[in-house]
Ligand binder design. Structure first.
Ligand code: HEC
Ligand code: HEC
Length: 265
């Protein structure tokens, strides 16, 4: 039992303790730096979060923080093309047939606003101008509350809550693909226009696909353009119907949507 270093100062222990202390100090330092970046923000820092489009949402230094419910509503207001018909943050100015919402929303009750989103605002069976779409079953109930919370909060600016940009100069089908999301077609006709979103009150019971042999046998390019422009209500209103996009989408944009739909077989 040879004790080789049984005397003198225990240097090895000092070394280990020292290394542990340095590591701990390092972690604390990193932690402090991280915390400082997390809550301050506006000091012109180049943190990735301030330029990331998706994740910055309500936390962005460029907008005052809003409750998450309101932020969700602001994003839904773009997802469901409310902004594309009623104007950015409901200021109007898109079409003479679509009212601004900023002043109206404050005078309507939560129940009235929820009912208008879910059941529309009086659609005719033969729409000749834009009407408020009926979203029953398409927009989830909690999302309707979030949309109403956003409107009741006065349509605050929320970072990242903007409609998808449409790429220019890459051809009609590329533009159409972006328009298909920007104008919320995807919410009703599904990704890749596969259809199948439930619409129990309609004779079809689902929202139709815009792909497949049957669809192309029934609808020529002109027919597709016509139904996008004019909308269609089949069945007893109010049911989820094809909105009327004339005066909201231009003829060129409608042609781009047709070009995109034709790339999906
Ligand atoms: C296709 C265009 C379009 C889209 C998309 C749309 N709206 Fe509308 N909305 C209208 C039109 C047009 C009216 C006017 C009433 C009517 O003619 O049906 C209206 C009316 C309203 C009203 C009642 C305003 C009043 O004067 O009483 C509210 C509230 C409203 N919309 C909220 C929304 C919300 C929230 C969304 C998104 C979920 C949305 N709208 C999406 C076209 C649209
Ligand atoms: C609120 C849900 C909704 C939205 C949003 C919507 N559609 Fe529709 N669309 C429908 C329904 C429902 C029909 C079936 C109409 C009918 O049978 O009366 C339809 C029908 C169509 C048709 C004819 C196909 C058929 O079998 O009837 C085309 C083409 C079409 N939509 C394209 C679009 C495009 C492009 C957009 C986006 C600019 C869009 N739709 C947005 C609900 C919607």
């Amino acid at each position: 039992m040879a004790k080789r270093r049984n005397s003198g100062f225990p240097w090895s222990e000092v070394l280990i303790v020292g290394v542990i202390a340095m590591l701990a100090a390092g972690f604390i330092g990193v932690g402090i730096g991280w915390l400082a970046r997390g809550d301050g923000g506006g000091g012109g820092s180049t943190s990735a979060a301030s330029s990331a489009p998706a994740s910055s949402s309500a936390q962005s230094p460029s907008s005052p923080q809003v409750p998450e419910e309101v932020a969700l509503g602001a994003h839904a207001f773009n997802q469901f093309a409310c902004a594309q018909c009623h104007g950015d943050r409901g200021v109007g100015g898109v079409s003479p047939d679509v009212p601004a919402l900023q002043s109206i929303a404050s005078s309507l009750t939560v129940a009235q606003l929820s009912s208008i989103i879910e059941h529309g605002a009086g659609v005719s069976s033969n729409p000749t101008k834009p009407f408020m779409p009926i979203w029953h079953g398409v927009i989830a109930k909690p999302q309707i509350s979030e949309l109403v919370a956003y409107m009741k909060a006065g349509f605050p600016q929320v970072a990242g809550a903007t409609p998808l940009a449409v790429p220019a100069g890459q051809g009609d089908a590329v533009a159409g693909q972006a328009l298909y999301q920007r104008y919320g077609c995807i919410n009703c006709h599904g990704p890749n226009a596969l259809g199948g979103v439930p619409n129990p009150q309609s004779p079809d019971t689902v929202i139709p696909p815009l792909v497949g042999k049957e669809f192309h046998a029934e609808f020529s390019d002109q027919d597709i353009a016509h139904i996008i422009r004019s909308g269609s209500v089949i069945g007893k209103a109010p049911i989820v119907s094809m909105p009327h996009w004339g005066t909201i989408l231009t003829d060129a944009q409608i042609a781009q949507l047709v070009a995109y739909i034709n790339t999906l077989t």
